[in-house]
Design a binder for this molecule. Structure first.
Ligand code: F6P
Length: 361
């Protein structure tokens, strides 16, 4: 029997998952290895075990397609994350069962593609004796030890496109347009899209805002004859002294669902300035569809490097981008610490130089 490796995709989906799968399968097949695709994240390793063999000749369409052909989940018996910085220990019997089934499948190693939650599960499996290699995924870009995660560029492209569209309608109607973007407790998507899309005000979790400051910026623009304003709000942004805005009750085994701050901001701006204000919540559009050119390349590099790590038996390691090259970092160096936007860093400073407000001055 040929040597076999397994691959799974965990947590929320994002553009580029299929491109990683393709790169892993193609690279593995060149080493004479078979690849089994485990279904629905780590759940596929529990009874009833669910997987299929991935044929390297059928990978063509995966480079550009959205979603994941393996399915994924961010809930279930493997929930490793319940909140901001909180972490669950996976029950021993679940780890035992997954390890047993991993061995019964005759796998040499398991490539785990995921963000902080999934890589935290991968680390626990590794400590339990399963040889794992990680690939960093998340549109939020909030993982440590890599300069970028795949999926982020595609999400930023989507949000920037939305801003381009909002720009013309805002200008035609002299309105304030508020765009709420994802990113959880990090403002990477808001900052990158906000700058690239010509936003006037960017609100991020790292910089608590005040409504006085936001409205001052809008009135200053009015005084200069700029009668419309584009506001980009990260879903995790909050007013000074305020709390995160969430949707509905949070299940015990899940992270809080952020969302709704865009409406709150739009409502308050409308009340205070009297300007017509509209809100758009971009939501899961940022996670859907195919990857950008940048992400296709990154995913392909990550997938190929992950197979190399298996070949080198670098278990417990994750692929990372440390320009100009990909490299290997310990999974423990990437998880458990949220990578947020540095408030004194180049991105925020660039925005401030251009007169973009963060609602803090
Ligand atoms: O972590 C990716 C992400 O899209 C976050 O930006 C967002 O807060 C969350 O997942 C949404 O999760 P769900 O798909 O469960 O609504």
């Amino acid at each position: 029997m040929a040597e076999r490796i397994g691959i799974l995709t965990g947590g929320g989906d994002c553009p580029g998952l299929n491109a990683v799968i393709r790169a892993v399968v193609k690279s593995a097949s060149r080493l004479g290895w078979e690849t089994l695709g485990i279904h629905n994240g780590f759940e596929g390793l529990l009874e009833p075990v669910s997987y299929h063999r991935l044929d390297h000749r059928e990978m063509g369409a995966l480079l550009t397609s959205g979603g994941t052909v393996l399915g994924t989940t961010n809930r279930g018996r493997f929930s490793a994350k319940t909140g901001h910085g909180e972490r669950n220990a996976i029950p021993r019997e679940i780890l035992d069962e997954a390890k047993r089934n991993f061995e019964a499948l005759g796998l040499r190693a398991l490539v785990c593609v995921g963000g902080d939650g999934s890589l935290s599960i991968a680390q626990q499996l590794f400590e339990h004796g399963v040889p794992v290699v990680g690939v960093p995924k998340t549109i939020d870009n909030d993982l440590e030890a890599t300069v970028i995660t795949f999926g982020f560029d595609s999400a930023v492209a989507c949000a920037t496109d939305a801003l381009d569209r909002l720009h013309t309608t805002a200008a035609s109607h002299n309105r304030v347009m508020v765009l709420e973007v994802m990113g959880r407790y990090a403002g990477w998507i808001a900052c990158h899209a906000g700058i690239a899309g010509g936003g006037d005000i960017i609100l991020i979790p790292e910089i608590p805002f005040s409504y006085d400051s936001i409205c001052r910026k809008i009135t200053e623009r009015e005084a200069m004859g700029r009668l419309f304003t584009l506001v980009v709000v990260a879903e995790g942004a909050r007013a000074r002294g305020g709390d995160f805005v969430t949707q509905g009750a949070t299940a015990a085994d899940r992270e809080a669902r952020l969302g709704g701050i865009g409406s709150a901001v739009a409502g308050e701006i409308g009340r205070r300035t009297g300007k017509e204000t509209r809100v758009v919540v971009l939501g899961h559009l940022q996670r859907g569809g195919g990857p950008t050119t940048f992400d296709r390349l990154l995913c392909t590099r990550f997938g190929a490097r992950a197979v190399k790590l298996v070949q080198e038996q670098m278990y417990g390691y994750m692929v990372a981008l440390r320009p100009p090259d990909t490299s290997a970092v310990k999974i423990t160096d990437a998880i458990g610490r949220l990578r947020t936007v540095p408030v004194d860093g180049d991105i925020v400073q660039t925005a401030k130089m251009l007169g973009i407000s963060f609602g803090d001055e």
